[in-house]
Design a protein around this ligand. Structure first.
Ligand SMILES: Cc1cc2nc3c(=O)[nH]c(=O)nc-3n(C[C@H](O)[C@H](O)[C@H](O)COP(=O)(O)OP(=O)(O)OC[C@H]3O[C@@H](n4cnc5c(N)ncnc54)[C@H](O)[C@@H]3O)c2cc1C
Ligand code: SF4
Length: 552
């Protein structure tokens, strides 16, 4: 059946449509209802339930939540129970770990009075708050298409059709998607949103900003031996096992009842196509100072997600007729602090204020210029501006010198000046890979099954599930280019950067064949960022598919 022959979609009208039930989308929904209880608001979420696709560290700076729900500490239902008590930074070498004195850290890096927990659980709690205020939340529905009016303004989104077979035919279960239309649509898809990417291109929202930058963050939650648990301890490290020219580092947070969140971030502007972020993470846990923490413990879950790293200079224009970008769709992560949740919440609230005022004034489907004009002088701009050079200096000068210069610049910014102006990020992450011939394959240690593991047993712990008989949601624009470039020039880096074993080059008599195990995809979006030719596009699979994180 061609698209012209498809039955028409049903359409529903709302005041505001929100795409994504992460902290930014839910904060926007709650704030809108706080400002005007009569507004009709809908939130669509591609995860099977709210929180199912949420992955974060997570140490939260409570400044955003304090603004949204000032009495959250008194709410026994709120899942944030562990306050940070001890904050440590380490420089790792292969055999040792040197602790950096806290007094060397610029004050804006302090984690005191922050809280440790699961962002997925926080989102479930925020969703209950939003629903209690009358917000409609539809989990299991991916926004697959942006709808435009005849003047080119956004008028809403359409959810994806369900029940399409792998070969494109319609199964008995075929159901047409829904059109959800609003006076304004807020895009809260998080890092590398699939619709956000289209909007940035359509409206040239990045015309005056630096290229977006990303990292891949891998995370596990462990239950460890109670005698080793230090509730409230958080530690970050940089250095080993990454080479000096590759940015990234670890996080390790002790919280709740004997839980430890351990994770590793690799900046996606690395140059070695043989590097495997997953294997670097597994290797990190074998360090003599880290292994004992996990020995005798139980790994409960695993997942991965891209994190935005471009910061202040990479934030695109936030608004266009009929809608706006909020949270990590805009890229509001403070990179040296690895924190974006507070800014996601504040951006949702800020956008909500402008939407509520516009609707109150009888406006609809025009540009919320006030929101675009407000963010730089808001708490978000004040948080991101002083740290804007940390990532570019790290990329330019490598870890040892780059972190030193970044720290120096953050100290200068504490006193209101910078010697570096605003540094450029140079090129997008997909353009930083070298040809494989200038590197040698990396021999990663075999997983020991105790503290380090292989990809497939890890993906099992993400509870990832997709309807198998559906079109592949990882779209390769040109298969020939994939062979002549991704395989022949770069030696197939997709097999290594993908944290879920989705991509494989299978050697056959007729030559190498690119196999896509789409059902394993944990929706991290790394392939959409790092494919050297920009040849892979991630689009939402059937709603509800993907990981089912319980408490990431
Ligand atoms: C490994 C890692 C560690 C981090 N650690 C911390 C930390 O310790 N502290 C901190 O403050 N920040 C941390 N961050 C950053 C933080 O997680 C983000 O800044 C924050 O989650 C952004 O919130 P958001 O609402 O913009 O997007 P997200 O939290 O990504 O939520 C987006 C939601 O939208 C849904 N969605 C996306 N596209 C669609 C679609 N088309 N249709 C329907 N639904 C859709 C997704 O399923 C998801 O539920 C970390 C990030 C990573 C990856
Ligand atoms: S296929 Fe792409 S989005 Fe899915 S897990 Fe692999 S890198 Fe991430």
């Amino acid at each position: 059946m061609s698209s012209e022959e498809l039955p028409p979609r049903e359409s529903m009208e709302f005041d505001v449509v929100i795409v994504g039930a992460g902290p930014s989308g839910l904060a926007a929904a709650i704030k809108l209802k706080q400002l005007n209880a009569d507004l009709n608001i809908v939130v669509v979420e591609k995860g099977s339930e709210v929180g199912a696709h949420i992955l974060s560290g997570m140490v939260m700076d409570p400044s955003g939540l304090d603004r949204l729900i000032p009495d959250w500490r008194q709410d026994s239902d709120c899942p944030l129970k562990t306050e940070v008590k001890d904050d440590r930074f380490y420089w790792m070498t292969g055999s040792g770990a040197i602790r950096l004195p806290n007094f060397m850290m610029p004050p804006l890096m302090s984690n005191h009075h922050n809280y440790i927990g699961s962002l997925g659980q926080v989102c479930r709690w925020l969703a209950r708050k939003a629903e209690a205020l009358g917000v409609e939340i539809y989990p299991g529905f991916a926004a697959a298409e942006v709808l435009y009016d005849d003047k080119g303004a956004v008028r809403g989104i359409a959810t994806g059709d369900m029940g399409i077979a792998k070969d494109g035919t319609h199964k008995d279960s075929f159901t047409r998607g829904m059109e959800l239309c609003g006076k304004y649509t807020l895009f809260a898809e998080g890092a590398r949103g699939s619709l956000t990417k289209q909007l940035i291109a359509k409206y040239s929202l990045d015309a005056n900003s630096e290229p977006p930058k990303f990292g891949i963050g891998l995370k596990e939650v462990w239950q460890i031996d109670p005698s080793k648990h230090k509730k409230g301890l958080i530690q970050h490290s940089f250095g080993w096992p990454l080479p000096n020219n590759t940015g990234g580092g670890s996080f390790l947070y002790h919280y709740d009842d004997n839980l430890v969140a351990v994770g590793f971030v690799v900046h996606l502007n690395y140059d070695d196509p043989y590097l495997s972020p997953f294997d670097e993470f597994q290797r990190f846990k074998t360090h003599p100072s880290i292994r004992p923490i996990f020995e005798g413990g139980k790994r409960l879950s695993y997942g991965a997600r891209a994190i935005t790293e471009g910061g202040y200079q990479s934030v695109p224009r936030l608004t266009f007729a009929g809608g706006a970008l909020i949270g990590c769709a805009a890229g509001f992560v403070n990179v040296p602090r690895i924190k974006g949740v507070h800014n996601a919440i504040v951006s949702g609230m800020l956008a909500a204020e402008h939407v509520a005022a516009a609707i109150g004034a009888g406006r609809a489907n025009d540009e919320l210029v006030g929101y675009e004009n407000a963010w730089r002088s808001s708490p978000i701009g004040k948080d991101l501006h002083p740290v804007r050079n940390v990532k570019p200096l790290w990329s330019k000068f490598g870890t040892i010198l780059g972190i030193g210069l970044g720290g120096f610049d953050m100290w200068c910014n504490t006193f209101g000046f910078s010697l570096f102006g605003t540094q450029s990020h140079a090129k997008p992450d997909r353009k930083t890979l070298d040809a494989a011939k200038v590197h040698a394959p990396i021999a990663y240690p075999k997983p020991d099954g105790k503290v380090s593991f292989d990809k497939l047993s890890s993906v099992f712990l993400s509870n990832t599930n997709h309807e198998e008989d559906q079109p592949v949601h990882l779209k390769v624009a040109d298969m020939n280019l994939q062979k002549t470039s991704e395989h022949d020039v770069f030696a197939g880096p997709s097999n290594r950067y993908c944290p879920a074993g989705v991509y494989e080059w299978v050697e056959e008599a007729s030559g190498p064949r690119f196999q896509i195990n789409a059902q394993n995809c944990v929706h991290c979006k790394t392939c959409d960022v790092k494919d050297p030719n920009g040849n892979i596009t991630w689009v939402p699979p059937e709603g509800g598919g993907g990981p089912n994180y319980e408490a990431m």
